[in-house]
Every structure is written in structure tokens, then in C-alpha cells.
Write a protein that binds this ligand. Structure first.
Ligand SMILES: [Zn+2]
Length: 249
């Protein structure tokens, strides 16, 4: 899971969303609002004119190859309601409540949403840095919760489900190998190869792995974090200021 920068919604879409929110607000009673919100969200016209364009804007915001904003796989197909429609139908068409998610994450979190001390227990990657709540083991590819929010988010979204940890380990190895390729190209002045290396890393799924490696590489105890096969060399390479600048751009 990785920090995502939300961009502004085109005015036409924002106006359409505001009209639908007004329509739901005009109905009395939570049950009736939920029913109407579901109907409007699933309505063919609104899906074509609003939900599909919303998905396009979310894809522009997503890291890597349209990474799911929860698990960072590249199978993201859904416009997810961060605060579920069932909890708050008035936020069904609220742009600040929309995230791009894979069907697995969207289905797993479903209606599991809790508040504590006036804020959601689920991490919203557009509002906060997930790495303040989650630690990624580069050895196992599994997420560990550092805080109550981190543990809740990991468990509700199933961030360590199925083959996700193994896939993160593969992404880690790609970053390590490509960093070596990039350095070799840098030393030999092969700009095209450097660009290909950077693009290869940027377009692979699990952008969280790359960002975590870059972040950890410059910390004092980095050698402990990079204690895996291919790790020590990758650590030195990921400290190269030009490679860091290219990957963090
Ligand atoms: Zn996902």
C-alpha cells in the first residue's frame, strides 16, 4: 500500500456527481437512501457517463500499471467506496470517497468499516502515508501492522492473501536486478538502457515494493532490511542519487 496523490475531478463529472448526491439527500430515511444510492450507482446511464470516466481519472492517479490502491496488484478494475455505500449512502458519489481497487480487495473490505477516535480505522492512501502504519518485509513479501490502523487495514483487505507475498518478492527481485542494469548503463553512458530500466521498474505492479526499497535504502539500519539474496548490491545501487531521482520522479 502506497501514498496516492488525488487529482482534481473534471468539472463536468463533479457537477454530475453533485446532482446525484442531491437526489439521494432529498430522500428521507437511511434505508431508502441506501436503496436509491445502489440503484443510481448501478444505473446504465450513470455508469457510462460518470462511473467509467471516474475509473479513468483514478487510473491516472494510480501508481505503476494501474496498481490497486490497497494491495498494489495490477488487477484493479473497480471504483471502490472507501467508506462503504451501506454505511454512508450520501458519499456514494463523493469523489474524495473513491479509490481504484481490484475486485478481491473491494470484495474483502466490503462493508467492514470502523471508526475510532473520530477517524476511520482503514488507511486512506490519498490522505495519509500507509508506511506510517504498515511495514513490508522484503524477505517474505508480507505486510506487518505497525499500528492499530495498519493491522486493521492489512486484515480487512487481506494484504497477505494468496500469492501476494510471493508476487511482492518477485517485484523486489526485479527492482534489485534492474537497479544493477541501470548502474551498468550509467557507467557506460547508455541513456536509452537507463530509460528502459527505469520504465521497467515503474510499470511493473507492486509499486509499493519499489517505494519501500527506495525509502529503506537510505535509513541507518538499511543493511538489516536488505538482508536477502541480491539485497546487499541492490542496497548500494538504490542509494545512487540519479537512480533515486529517476524512480521517484
Ligand atoms: Zn487489491
Amino acid at each position: 500500500m502506497i501514498r496516492v496523490q488525488r487529482i482534481e475531478l473534471p468539472q463536468q463529472l463533479a457537477d454530475h456527481a453533485a446532482e446525484l448526491t442531491e437526489t439521494i439527500t432529498a430522500v428521507a430515511g437511511q434505508a431508502a437512501r441506501k436503496k436509491l444510492a445502489r440503484e443510481l450507482w448501478g444505473h446504465t446511464t450513470h455508469r457510462r457517463k460518470l462511473v467509467t470516466p471516474l475509473r479513468q481519472v483514478l487510473r491516472q492517479m494510480a501508481h505503476g500499471n494501474r496498481c490497486c490502491m490497497y494491495c498494489c496488484s495490477d488487477l484493479s478494475t473497480d471504483v471502490d467506496h472507501f467508506e462503504p455505500l451501506a454505511n454512508n449512502p450520501l458519499r456514494t458519489f463523493d469523489w474524495l470517497n473513491h479509490l481504484l481497487a481490484c475486485t478481491e480487495c473491494n470484495g474483502k473490505k466490503a462493508d467492514q468499516f470502523e471508526w475510532k477516535n473520530g477517524e476511520p480505522l482503514l488507511i486512506d492512501p490519498t490522505r495519509e502515508d500507509p508506511f506510517e502504519h504498515l511495514y513490508l518485509s522484503l524477505e517474505s513479501g508480507e505486510y506487518e501492522g505497525l499500528t492499530e490502523k495498519g493491522i486493521f487495514t492489512r486484515d480487512v483487505c487481506g494484504l497477505n492473501r494468496d500469492d501476494l507475498p510471493e508476487s511482492r518478492c518477485q517485484a523486489r527481485d526485479v527492482v534489485a536486478l534492474i537497479a544493477g542494469n541501470w548502474l551498468h548503463a550509467w557507467e557506460n553512458g547508455h541513456e536509452r538502457r537507463m530509460a528502459i530500466a527505469v520504465r521497467t521498474v515503474q510499470e511493473q505492479p507492486f509499486a509499493d515494493v519499489t517505494q519501500f526499497m527506495l525509502r529503506q535504502a537510505v535509513l541507518p539500519k538499511a543493511h538489516k532490511v536488505f538482508d536477502f539474496e541480491l539485497g546487499p548490491d541492490a542496497l548500494e545501487q538504490l542509494r545512487h542519487p540519479h537512480l533515486r531521482a529517476a524512480l521517484l520522479a
